[in-house]
Structures are given as structure tokens and as C-alpha cells.
Write a protein that binds this ligand. Structure first.
Ligand SMILES: Cc1ncc(COP(=O)(O)O)c(C=O)c1O
Length: 417
């Protein structure tokens, strides 16, 4: 440890000592000696999870067998988890349900918006968004005879105005998966509404890390992931939100039996359930849903404001240390310096970003890489400490200065980056 880092560690220690969320870290399993800055991709394992999963498998599945759909509450789990998530994203209790993947839920809400406003021909999708959002947009546009207008975070306001009365819906991700830049949900939603269009937000990088106010912003539809900041585990169920007043007329094309008004009458024709249940399609992935429900208990009683404040402070400290120690080593930064404009991640650029990320992981600091040149670091406020922030920068500097990243093993691209 150099003297310069000593001062940073002293600051971090003071911040950790005052952190009202510090005790939440003890609720997670974090391997010894590892700094985990990838909770924006896959959240950490809650300590309570193995016992809960053992119960779900041995008792509910093993002993209860099919009876557990009724006796262990499996059937209602989608709604229960939806309610847990509603509290985290500023929605009403009856506006969220957990199911399927984010991609599938996007398809449902894009289809719903397209069918609600059939005469309007333009949909706005985000250029440079996480690819699945664009792919689903292309599919929905082809199916419902819409034309895609691409917009980005810089020109979204102009594009909404340009589409005017032809605008059917706008689909955006609130926090950009590469840069971490955050859009103003209230403002953009209001601009879309001013044109008579519907607004869809992807909350993949927001839910669990920001103060999201879906109801207050009058958002029409939203989707998001259960496996990132919500810590539901790999491939956890996603969620979907539909504003209360849009639910009764909502049509979505994936008419599966779980979304039927009375699945167990086995009617030959589809009749949609009322409320959010009509967003369901097929049988719930029960074990994954139970895992998500267990993970979400950690959020009970935790203020999202406290989470957001810590997130801003963590990312602020990381950026300050970047300026002092990392910027001179050939890196750039693509995340806004203004905390109000960023989510809970910070991204750097470097032409050798992949190899540096791998070398960093080998040294016990887990971030990830997004092609072509982005090193991405996520700060999950429930379990990342200020000391982690300092140590990660110290190790990043060592990795670059020592040239450790040049080893051939760090050049080999793995399937998942
Ligand atoms: C903005 C965004 N949307 C969606 C997804 C993932 O969608 P799915 O859960 O369907 O794989 C991601 C994954 O990182 C994402 O960043």
C-alpha cells in the first residue's frame, strides 16, 4: 500500500463507519479476498438462500410434490414477488408481476402498446441500447406493421417531437448498460405522453439501485431483471409493470394458460385474466421464483433513498480515484461525472479493456467487459464497501503498471465477457 492510497483508505474507513447500510453486507456470501463489482450483471448470493432452496427442494418439492402448488404458495408466487418489486420501483401493489425474462416481457408490453394505438405507425427504439431491446423492437415492429425510428440518449427529445402524432411508443432503458448514463424518466415520459404515445422503460440497471418512481412519473409500461441488483440468482425471473388504468384494455399476444381467467377450467378458448395476471404465459419457474422472493426480503424496510445515496457516494469515490490514479494510464471514462446523471456503475474505456478485465479478475476484482473497449464496474450498495472501492482502484493500477494483463491467458476471449 502506498502513502497515497493510505489517505484514500482512511477516507473509505470513515465512510464505511458512517454507512447506514453497512450491516447489509453481512447478509451476503462474498468469497474471501474478492471484491465484487459486477452486481449489475449478477447479484451476490444471500446467505439465507441455500437453506431456503433446500426447503423448497426437499420439503416443498420432495415431500409436498404437486400439492405444493396450493400448500406452499407456489401458484401465487408471481404476484407476491411482483408486490415485493413494486415497493422497490415506486409502483402500486397491483401493477407488477414477476415472470419470464426481460426480453419476453418487453415483447408483451411493446405488443400491448402497438395494439392499443394501431393507427400510429412509428415506434422509437434506442440506438446502442442493450441488444435484446432492439431485437424485440424489430420483431414487434414487423408483426404490428410499425416503422422503427432510432433515437439515442442525446437526441431523444428531438426524435419524439419529430415522430409527433405518428408516435405509438417510445422504448428506452433508463440507465445505459455500457455508459451508466441515466435518463430523466419523468421528463421523457411526459414528452412521449404529450404526443399521445405510450412510454416503456427497461429498468434492468435501475431496479434495486435507484429511486424509481413509476407511478409518480405516470409511466405506462416497464420491465426489468431479477438477477442483477435484486440478487435473484442466475436467470432469475424478470418483472413487468403496467399502469393500473391500462390493465383492463391490455392485450398481449402470448396467450398462455397461466394468463387465462380460470386456468383450471381448461377452457378451449382464451379469456384473459384480469389485472397483471394476464401478463403471465406458462408455468412459473418455481425454484427460481422462490429464490427471487427470498433475495427480495433483504430489501424489506430498506430505504431506496439510502441505497441511492450510497450508490452516488461509492461511484463518486471511484471516479475521484480514477482521476488520480487511472486516467494517467491510458484510460477514458464514459460515465457522467454528475451523480444525478448516472446509475450505479462506472465504465472506463481502454483499447486493452478485455485483457485488463481478465487480469483484474485474476487478482480478485470482478468487473466485466463490454465490447469493443469498455471496462464496467457495478456498485451494489447493499454489499459493496468504500474500502472495496479503494482497493479495487489500487489493484487496477497494479495490474496496468505491472503489465500483468499482457499474459497470453488474458487475451483469450471467453464466451461470456
Ligand atoms: C438493458 C437490458 N435489458 C435486458 C437485459 C437482459 O434481458 P434478459 O433477461 O431477457 O436476458 C439486459 C441484460 O443485461 C439489459 O442490460
Amino acid at each position: 500500500m502506498t502513502n497515497s492510497f493510505e489517505a484514500a483508505f482512511a477516507k473509505a474507513k470513515a465512510l464505511d463507519a458512517q454507512d447506514p447500510l453497512a450491516s447489509k453486507r453481512d447478509l451476503f456470501h462474498l468469497p474471501d479476498g474478492l471484491i465484487y463489482l459486477d452486481g449489475n450483471s449478477l447479484g451476490a448470493l444471500p446467505h439465507s438462500m441455500p437453506a431456503r432452496m433446500q426447503k423448497a427442494v426437499q420439503q416443498e418439492w420432495g415431500e409436498g410434490l404437486i400439492r405444493s402448488w396450493n400448500d406452499a404458495g407456489w401458484y401465487e408466487a408471481t404476484g407476491r414477488v411482483g408486490l415485493q418489486i413494486a415497493k422497490i420501483i415506486g409502483a402500486k401493489a397491483n401493477e407488477v408481476i414477476a415472470c419470464d425474462s426481460t426480453s419476453i416481457n418487453l415483447f408483451k408490453v411493446m405488443s400491448a402498446a402497438a395494439q392499443a394505438l394501431p393507427e400510429r405507425k412509428i415506434i422509437i427504439c434506442e440506438e446502442g441500447n442493450f441488444p435484446t431491446d432492439g431485437y424485440i423492437g424489430e420483431g414487434a415492429a414487423a408483426l404490428f406493421g410499425k416503422e422503427i425510428m432510432l433515437a439515442n440518449q442525446d437526441n431523444i427529445e428531438e426524435k419524439i417531437a419529430q415522430a409527433g402524432a405518428q408516435l405509438c411508443f417510445v422504448s428506452l432503458t433508463q440507465v445505459h448498460y455500457k455508459t451508466g448514463r441515466m435518463l430523466d424518466m419523468a421528463r421523457v415520459t411526459q414528452l412521449a405522453h404529450a404526443q399521445g404515445a405510450r412510454m416503456i422503460w427497461d429498468l434492468a440497471h435501475s431496479a434495486g439501485a435507484l429511486v424509481v418512481k413509476l407511478s409518480e412519473c405516470k409511466v405506462d409500461y416497464a420491465v426489468g431483471c431479477g438477477y442483477k441488483y435484486l440478487n435473484g440468482g442466475p436467470g432469475a425471473p424478470a418483472f413487468v409493470y403496467v399502469r393500473e388504468d391500462l390493465q383492463s384494455d391490455l392485450q398481449q399476444p402470448l396467450q398462455g394458460w397461466f394468463g387465462h381467467a380460470t386456468p383450471f377450467t381448461f377452457d378451449q378458448s382464451y379469456a384473459p385474466a384480469t389485472g397483471m395476471a394476464k401478463l403471465l404465459v406458462g408455468t412459473t419457474s418455481v425454484l427460481s421464483m422462490i429464490a427471487l422472493e427470498e433475495a427480495l426480503k433483504i430489501y424489506e424496510g430498506v430505504s431506496m433513498r439510502a441505497i441511492r445515496s450510497k450508490s452516488e457516494a461509492l461511484t463518486q469515490l471511484f471516479i475521484e480515484l480514477y482521476d488520480a490514479y487511472i486516467a494517467p494510464l491510458g484510460f477514458g471514462i464514459v460515465t457522467p461525472r454528475d451523480a444525478a446523471l448516472r446509475g450505479s456503475q462506472v465504465s472506463f474505456t481502454h483499447s486493452e479493456g478485455y485483457a485488463i478485465t481478465q487480469a483484474l479478475i485474476a487478482k480478485g476484482v470482478i468487473g466485466d467487459f463490454r465490447a469493443p473497449n469498455i471496462l464496467r464496474f457495478g456498485f451494489a450498495p447493499l454489499y459493496v464497501s468504500f474500502a472495496d472501492v479503494v482497493r479495487s482502484v489500487e489493484i487496477l493500477r497494479e495490474v496496468v503498471e505491472s503489465g500483468a494483463w499482457q499474459k497470453p491467458e488474458f487475451q483469450q476471449r471467453k464466451a461470456v465477457t
